[in-house]
Design a protein around this ligand. Structure first.
Ligand SMILES: Nc1ncnc2c1ncn2[C@@H]1O[C@H](COP(=O)(O)OP(=O)(O)OP(=O)(O)O)[C@@H](O)[C@H]1O
Length: 257
């Protein structure tokens, strides 16, 4: 599904990624964890083909970057980030914002085909938002906007969905609501790559974790092997106790770093 082989990225004197090797298989859903500035977003941007490595190779789906048309790859990937929310039209009705996902447009300037309209309404109904369809996007809460973005990303029937901190800034209720929508994606044939700062967001659908430290892979593999109090200490420099409850990891901090 995704392969990064000996990937490094140098910007001036700074080695942002240092010999990163990650192999994400089909039927696996991955979480990327790491401290601020460790290189997580840089990795996502390489997966999207927005950034190219100074060394190494990146394969996504059946494509190899550098040997394919990046626009073709992007058609098969959904990308959810705060930056995208900021670019969408706040005055447009919610269903229209969802419909733009079918073409990766930011807004429509032409007729929207009936079947696209219908699918947008159906996607909103799937997340329990049929009642919000006509409301201007800008009037929604942050949590509602993020769920709408999720519905929008599914309009293009992506094979891969990349999510950069989709729960950032959400209250407990909105976060759990969003996480449930993410977990429900298990019913669809989509591989997910998810970046977060919050370990408890690792929902049961996630199978694998990669820990990034200072631009390097500190550990990668099946979630229960990779996520331990020792690896958390190594990555974050904080001593914790870790418990799995309802197939989600929860941490208790023992002492500051
Ligand atoms: N063009 C650039 N020139 C120099 N350094 C850069 C450049 N772009 C990013 N960086 C640095 O690369 C590092 C990794 O950034 P990145 O945004 O990938 O981190 P992150 O793990 O996503 O962080 P956060 O969790 O805070 O979002 C940071 O230290 C950042 O300052």
């Amino acid at each position: 599904m995704i392969g990064m082989q000996n990937v490094s990225l140098q910007r001036g004197d700074k080695l942002i990624l240092d010999d990163v090797n990650i192999q994400m298989g089909k039927d696996e859903n991955w979480v990327i964890l790491g401290r601020n500035g460790s290189g997580k977003t840089t990795i996502l941007e390489m997966m999207m083909g927005y950034l190219f490595p100074t060394k190494g190779k990146v394969n996504v789906l059946d494509y190899t970057y550098g040997e394919c048309d990046v626009r073709e790859v992007r058609k098969e990937i959904g990308y959810i980030s705060q930056t995208l929310i900021e670019k969408l039209a706040l005055k447009d009705p919610v269903w229209e914002v969802v419909a733009t996902g079918a073409y990766a447009f930011l807004r429509f300037y032409q007729h929207i085909p009936d079947e696209v309209k219908e699918e947008a309404h159906a996607k909103l109904a799937d997340i329990g938002f049929a009642h919000l369809a006509q409301q201007p996007f800008g009037t929604l809460s942050q949590g509602e906007r993020k769920k709408v973005l999720l519905a929008r990303s599914l309009m293009a029937h992506p094979k891969l969905l990349i999510m950069d901190e989709p729960c950032a800034g959400l209250d407990l209720y909105e976060r759990e609501n969003m996480l449930q929508a993410v977990d429900n994606l298990r019913k669809q044939d989509i591989a997910i790559v998810y970046v977060t700062h919050h370990i408890e967001e690792i929902m049961p659908l996630f199978t694998h974790i990669v820990l990034i430290k200072d631009g390097k892979v500190a550990a990668a593999g099946p979630k229960k092997e990779v996520l331990t109090k020792e690896t958390i200490m190594e990555t974050y420099g904080i001593s914790v106790e870790l418990d799995w409850f309802h197939e989600r990891p929860w941490i208790r901090v023992c002492s500051g770093g």
